[in-house]
Structure formats: C-alpha cells, structure tokens
Design a protein around this ligand. Sequence first.
Ligand SMILES: *Cc1c(COP(=O)(O)O)cnc(C)c1O
Length: 423
Amino acid sequence: MHQPPIPQIEATDPEIAGLINGEARRQSEKMRLIPSENYVSLAVLEACGTVLTNKYSEGYPGRRYYEGQQFIDPIETIAIERAQALFGVDHANVQPYSGSPANLAVYLAFAQPGDTIMGMALPMGGHLTHGAAVSVAGRWFRPVQYGVRRDTGRIDFDEVRDLALRERPKVIFAGGTAVPRTIDFPAFAEIAAEAGAVLVADIAHIAGLIAGGAHPSPVGYAPVITTTTHKTLRGPRGAMIMTDAEHASPIDKAVFPGLQGGPHNHTTAAIAVALHEAAAPSFRAYAAQVVANAAALAAALQERGYDLVSGGTDNHLLLVDLTSKGIGGKPAAKALDRAGIELNFNTVPFDTRRPFDPSGIRLGTPAITTRGLTEQHMPLLAAWMDEAITAAAKDDEGPLERIAAEIRDLLTAFPAPGWSAQP
Ligand SMILES: *Cc1c(COP(=O)(O)O)cnc(C)c1O
C-alpha cells in the first residue's frame, strides 16, 4: 500500500484510495525510465501532505498581504537560503507553480508581447516553453529557434550565434528536455553578451546533476536560471528561478503579482526538505551514479546495435533513434510498457515521421538510480529492452509478460519510496 498510509482516504473515498494505491504499486513494479521522473523521499512526501496547504501567503517573507505568516515566512526563507547555498546564487524565488510558469515569468520580466525570443526547437530537444508555436511563448512572442548539427547531434553554436546576432532576441534560453549532452553555458554566455540578450539557463532536467557536481553549473554565465524541482533534483512538483542580484527584482515582480497569486506553501516546505537532502554527501554519490548508469546503459544498447542521438550521453538521458530497428517510437514504447519498462516516445532531430508517431524513444536513469540500481544491472536492462523491441517489431507479444515478471522480481530487492507490500 501507499506510504505514508492513507487510511482516511480509504475510509471516505475508497474509489480514489484504490487508484492511489494502484499507482504506488505500479511505480514499485515498473522499471521507470522516463528521464524527467523520480521517486521522492518519504520526508518530501510528508511535507506535501501537511496543513501548509491551508494557508494563503501572497507576497514574499516579511512582505505579505495576509496575516498569520509566523511559520510560513521562516519556511520560505529557509527554502530560499538552501537554494542559494546549494547552487551558489545571489537570489532564489521558490514560488513558481511549475517549470512552465517559471519560464513564462521570465518572459514577463524581460520581454514585451511581440518581442523576439530564442530557444532550442522542440523537435531538436528544446522545451515547449522555449518558443514552440503551440505554446504561449510562440503565440505572444516572436520565437527564433536553433537546433543541433546533423552530423554530430550536438547544439550548432554557429547557428546560435548567427541567429542571435541577426534577430537580436531579448531572451535566449539554453537547456532542453531531450538533450543527452553537457550544455556549454560559457559558449551561450559569450553569444548572449554579443547579442545583448538575457541568457536564461533552463536546468529543469539537470538541476540534480548540477547540485551533485555531475554537470557544470551555469552560475556566473547565465544571470537567470530556471528549474523544476521534481526531476533529477528529486523534490516535489514545483520550480525555482535563481538569479544574480541585478535580475532579482524583475523576476520577483513577474512571479508575484505578475503571474501568480498565493504560493503553494506545502510545496515550498517540500522544496526546502528536498534541498536539504540534495546538500548531503549521499546526493553527490547519487548524481554521479545517475550519470554512470546512463553511460553503462548507453554502452549496452550500442553493443546491441542501437543508434543513440549524438552517439551517447554525458548526463542522465538517452535519445534512441529506432529507424534502423524497423519500428517507430510509439509502438516500441507501448510494447516496453507492457514489458514493465516505462519510457516515452520522442522525436529525434531531423525526424522524418510525425510528432505523435516519431522515430525515437527517450529514457534516463534518475528514478532507477534512486532505487539503488548500478552499472552492473544495465546490460540486463538493455537485453530486456532489446528483446521487447525486437519482438514488437515482429508484432510478437510473446515475451512481454515474462519480461515484466522478471523485472518485478528484480525490483523487489530495490524498494521504492512510497510503496510497501506490507499493509
Ligand atoms: C520539464 C521541463 C519544463 C516544464 O516543467 P513543468 O513542471 O512540466 O511545467 C521546462 N523546461 C524544461 C527544460 C523541462 O524539461
């Protein structure tokens, strides 16, 4: 059952309790490889489920529009101070509801509707909020988009520089959601300075790796840094915007009152708890293990003939082009899910298929590393993936159930926070 237990929901709303317990069991039985997901600790889960959700706190610590902030103010102040210390930044705003509103707050702070903004194209690995046509970023601003080089699968800095100098964007986003390689923040900083743009590092995927010393930090290069708190950072669903002293005030005004009302105080407390965990020595070991596991999984898949975009990975994430395996990303992802391996279908750069039926799959190691899997398990995982994908390419569902059972069996030795087989 779910941990912590949920007896009150079971008593009053068995329908929802059943679904919550079902999800907790599913998370414990699956090999969860979606690179933006993780398992939070029981301490983070507890913070999310507290009475802090009852309280309104519009404003910032010491400057609120509602009374009764005797306990909320120190909680938010501690969260801010922990973010400052962990990442080494002048200023942190811990109120954005999630990564997308955090990025919208950045546009609100530094651009006017119709202004030019720049980011990585969605099909190249960028995030929706970096200027995709369907996003508010693409509808209210004038996006120019860069991509990766066809020959290397890595960011094309000649293109970034040419575009930035020609189009003069107000804001340049560096970062992405399907980028398997180290982001070169100094290179972006040089281009942004030449173009007179505000450089924003969106470290949503890699925040935990940066905090744990397993990816270079953008601090000192990007004056504005946005991040979710729920991916490799292993906190609750939420976000932060970190800045230098000069950019602090426009960001704070954009988040509140520009974009949001009251902050989610239970989330703020959970962010504080997660930042405390991320400052512990064990988190450095976690971040290093995430990267080591991804490298081992990449090597094991390449040994089996899989094409990795950019030829490998430097971080927690792998993007696999399945074209040579004769199967699309979507049928492969569906077959893998039945085999107990959870990941997502994804476009690959220069994809010739449609976005809802693309050529690739995206996977990563943050969640399985939290459970304690190491390099030694990666060849076995690659073998399971290969067997399921090869079978699916021949429309053979035979091995899927067996693989799922073998995975359940292996994972019983690596308990998932949030689930216990014992009531
Ligand atoms: C996940 C992500 C976001 C958005 O976060 P949400 O919490 O889903 O809104 C923004 N930018 C990048 C690079 C991301 O990976």
